[in-house]
Design a binder for this molecule. Structure first.
Ligand code: JBE
Length: 234
């Protein structure tokens, strides 16, 4: 899987060289390239933004640098197997299913906007050539798409075979299908008693059926309290 990041702050993506994702890069499972969008500017000030047509506060990212970056990175031939992800607060909510779907992609290009956003014609142009996903991390506003791109990257890449040491751990996570899409149950480890708090007895019983039942009940109760929207049968 090749991941490209178009951004005016490429140093944001240095962090991807750390830990699990760093190992995935070292193992050649993932190939990461961060690009400074100003590479594709030609004026002395390396300008990437301009005032919004129709007025309003703030600045909008000019289309030219994006178009030239696309030309260099992707060429002009349409290829639906290339996924262009635009993190934006106006996108559809990014969910575990999106991470799962994108984990099968061979190529993902993250377009990280700043300011008031990217000239919409960039998205229109990209949509004619590649598979475009305008995705939101949540209902809040960040200063740009970089932090969201990092979060989406981690959610996607950890699902790529060979990246996680123990793929088993994927099946018992929140939102995973094996968990019926419910929130993950509370977890415990040693010591059995800590500052007056004990590990639930059932988890020390060694009775796998009872443990599985307790965990299912905990997941459903937690989901009912915190995320009733995830309960499909109630
Ligand atoms: N919430 C966001 N704010 C700015 C850029 C991107 C965002 N997002 O959620 O992907």
């Amino acid at each position: 899987m090749r991941l490209d990041y178009l951004t005016i702050f490429p140093e944001f993506f240095d962090v991807l060289g750390i830990s699990l994702l760093g190992k995935a890069v070292d193992n050649g499972i993932v190939d990461i390239h961060a690009h400074d969008l100003r590479t594709w500017t030609h004026d002395r000030h390396r300008t990437v933004d301009d005032t919004p047509c129709g007025g309003g506060a703030g600045m909008v990212m000019k289309p030219d640098p994006w178009g030239e970056a696309f030309d260099d990175l992707l060429g002009a031939d349409p290829d639906p197997s290339v996924h262009v992800v635009i993190p934006t607060p106006s996108g559809t909510p990014f969910r575990q299913d999106d991470a799962a779907q994108l984990s099968h992609a061979d190529r993902i290009v993250f377009c990280c906007g700043r300011y008031e956003g990217i000239d919409h014609r960039v998205i229109d142009y990209a949509s004619e050539h590649w598979s475009v996903h305008e995705l939101s991390l949540g209902d809040y506003v960040l200063n740009g798409g970089e932090v969201a791109a990092l979060a989406m990257t981690e959610a996607i890449v950890r699902l790529v075979p060979g990246v996680l040491g123990n793929p088993e751990s994927l099946s018992e996570e929140s939102y995973s299908q094996d968990q019926e899409g419910l929130l993950e149950y509370p977890v415990y480890t040693r010591p059995a008693s800590w500052r007056g708090w004990d590990v639930p007895e059932v988890l020390m019983s060694g009775h796998h059926g009872h443990i599985a039942q307790w965990r299912r009940e905990q997941s459903r109760e937690l989901t009912r309290r915190r995320r009733p929207d995830l309960l499909t049968d109630e």
